[in-house]
Design a protein around this ligand. Structure first.
Ligand code: FAD
Ligand code: SIN
Length: 532
């Protein structure tokens, strides 16, 4: 298939869908989604979306909380504009049909999470993401200008490279003309020519053995953009969520939302003793990097497999009323959260860095935007504040739409782009080569590039990654493409960026903690971070 559209959108989470809705009145939109449309990280978001709505909350307080959580590596201008636009974007989601919980008074029932000085999290019980995703998809399905291609996998962005031009990352005139995508059912590779392209492909938690992310989170957009010579930054800042349900054979891990701690649940060790005060005066509601590191340290010291989250002191009706999904999930494995403590462990959750974009979500490549988890706007700094991700997606997709609508008026398609050339490739009949490399990749990342790092561990990670990188590139060059090999290649690419950027950062900052550049883990008492 060869197709021409005005707006190509890769990804059907909050970032892709909210952007598509905004440009669709002005041209043809094609959305690619590599799984079913709703299978996104957005769908699994629990806690909610942060925004300033009522006093005594203020934009200034939310801005300050974001920068404190981000260990001051944030871009202040970007933080300010994002937070100041939060109220408008929330109202828009509500107008599109997202029903956030209200109190009897009719005001929104705002929750609190780690690092927030005020309750400001809009939520729909503990299924906020599903509520937003379905509201957006309902709107998308009604729009005559939007074609959504489910189970279509974007392989590579199209640039002058595909016209035979050699490109360098420092080139200022690299231009995106669309993308090649694969229909895994027919194995046909499509050429989609677009005036503007939006990458909204989400995160990359799948590069780790244990993650809260759905299996679609393989970093495809970041890898595609990097291969196309876009600037990618801040990849060392991988956020581990401190409280994934400890249920050894379940992957992705089921998340136990931070909002539960906002309601009063506290972290305890295996002996039922609280430990967070040792690490931070905000205790269980400290920013996520601090809590995850504290849990990791406790596990290293005790040798236990998990700690506990104790929600038993919360009013039982409120507990079930506000967290029905967590209650049902835990009950399904014989944990009654009204009476039993919940076993939890940290799990890879969020990529703070990604494709570098400006205040209109423009990447360093012309006609190419990025929004959502795959992008790096400067909002999060060295550690994302809880529930700022959905907000960032809504704000930057809105801003991208303003720019793309103007750009599309003066941009033409590039008709000279050739179709995909699959000459000389054969079917790879040895799936074991791919599954084994994937296991090795995840083991490298989990063992050497986790919550606590060191120069030695990072060097070892890079050396081992280089071996599977070479093997995979060889396999890729001679194989008929499949989603599995493309995803593996993308994950290796993203892992490389995480390791390289971690090696370049000669300090412990936010989520990047290195034993070679120690910083106190324990509140005022120091700590060695244990081993990983
Ligand atoms: P996603 O929603 O992940 O969508 C990515 C899309 O890209 C999918 O449609 C996928 O199919 C598509 N895609 C990817 N690669 C390709 C390809 N090669 N070709 C075609 N399509 C492709 N954040 C908050 O702010 N609040 C929360 O409460 C919260 N809770 C969370 C709970 C969990 C369990 C998880 C995993 C994350 C949570 N987050 C939360 C983070 C937040 O959900 C995500 O960062 C956000 O939803 C990302 O949205 P997105 O649109 O960028 O990507
Ligand atoms: C959670 O509900 O704890 C996740 C919130 C987030 O990742 O922002």
């Amino acid at each position: 298939m060869r197709k021409k559209v005005d707006f190509l959108v890769i990804g059907s989470g909050i970032a892709g869908l909210s952007y598509a809705l905004k440009v669709a009145d002005h041209g043809k939109v094609c959305i690619l989604s590599k799984s079913s449309a709703e299978e996104t990280a957005t769908k699994y978001a629990q806690g909610g979306i942060a925004a300033v709505m009522y006093t005594p909350d203020t934009y200034e307080k939310h801005i300050a909380d974001t920068i404190i959580a981000g260990d001051s590596l944030n871009n202040r201008e970007i933080v300010e504009l994002t937070i100041k636009e939060s109220t408008a974007r929330i109202r828009e989601l509500i107008d599109w049909g997202a029903a956030f919980d209200k109190k009897d008074s009719g005001d929104y029932d705002l929750a609190k999470e780690g690092g927030h000085s005020e309750p400001r999290i809009f939520h729909h019980k503990d299924s906020t993401g599903l509520e937003i995703e379905m509201a957006l998809l309902n709107k998308i399905n009604e729009h005559p200008n939007i074609d959504i291609h489910e189970n279509h996998f974007a392989i590579d962005l199209i640039t002058q490279h595909h016209l035979g031009v050699e490109l360098k990352r420092s080139d200022k005139n690299i231009c995106c003309y669309g993308a090649y995508s694969m229909d895994p059912l027919t194995q046909e590779i499509n050429t989609i020519l677009a005036k503007t392209t939006m990458i909204a492909t989400g995160g990359a938690g799948s590069i780790y053995s244990h993650t809260t992310n759905p299996s679609i989170a393989t970093g495809d957009g970041i890898a595609m953009a990097y291969r196309a010579k876009a600037v990618v930054e801040n990849m060392e800042f991988i956020q581990f969520h401190p409280t994934a349900l400890y249920n050894p054979n379940e992957n992705p891990a089921f998340l136990i939302t931070e909002a539960l701690r906002g309601y009063g649940a506290v972290l305890k060790n295996i002996n039922g003793e609280e430990f967070m005060e040792k690490y931070d005066e905000r205790a269980s509601l400290a920013p996520r990097d601090i809590v995850a590191r504290a849990v990791d340290n406790e596990l290293k010291l005790s040798g236990d497999d998990h700690v506990y989250l104790d929600a038993t002191l919360i009013n039982k009706d409120e507990l079930i009323g506000n967290f029905p999904r967590i209650y049902a999930k835990c009950l399904s494995i014989n944990i009654d959260i009204r009476r039993d403590m919940i076993p939890v462990v940290p799990s890879a959750h969020y990529v703070c860095g990604g494709i570098k974009v400006d205040e209109y979500a423009r990447s360093s490549i012309k006609n190419l935007y990025a929004s959502g988890e795959c992008s790096s706007t400067g909002l999060h700094g060295a550690n994302r504040l809880a529930s700022n991700s959905l907000l960032e997606s809504a704000v930057f997709s809105h801003r991208a739409s303003l720019d793309a609508l103007e750009l599309a008026k003066t941009t033409d398609h590039c008709d000279e782009i050739p179709d995909w050339n699959a000459e000389g490739t054969v079917l790879n009949e040895e799936m074991i080569l791919i599954t084994q490399s994937l296991k090795e990749l995840r083991s490298i990342m989990s063992n050497y590039v986790g919550i606590v790092r060191s120069n030695l561990r990072l060097r070892r990670a890079l050396d081992r990654l280089e071996i599977i990188y070479r093997e995979t590139e060889e396999l890729y060059d001679k194989s008929i493409l499949t989603v599995n090999i493309c995803e593996l290649r993308n994950m290796i690419n993203v892992a490389y960026l995480v390791i390289k950027m971690a090696m370049q950062r000669k300090e412990s900052r936010g989520l990047h903690y290195s034993l070679d550049y120690p910083r106190e883990i324990l509140n005022g008492k120091g700590g060695d971070g244990g081993t990983d």
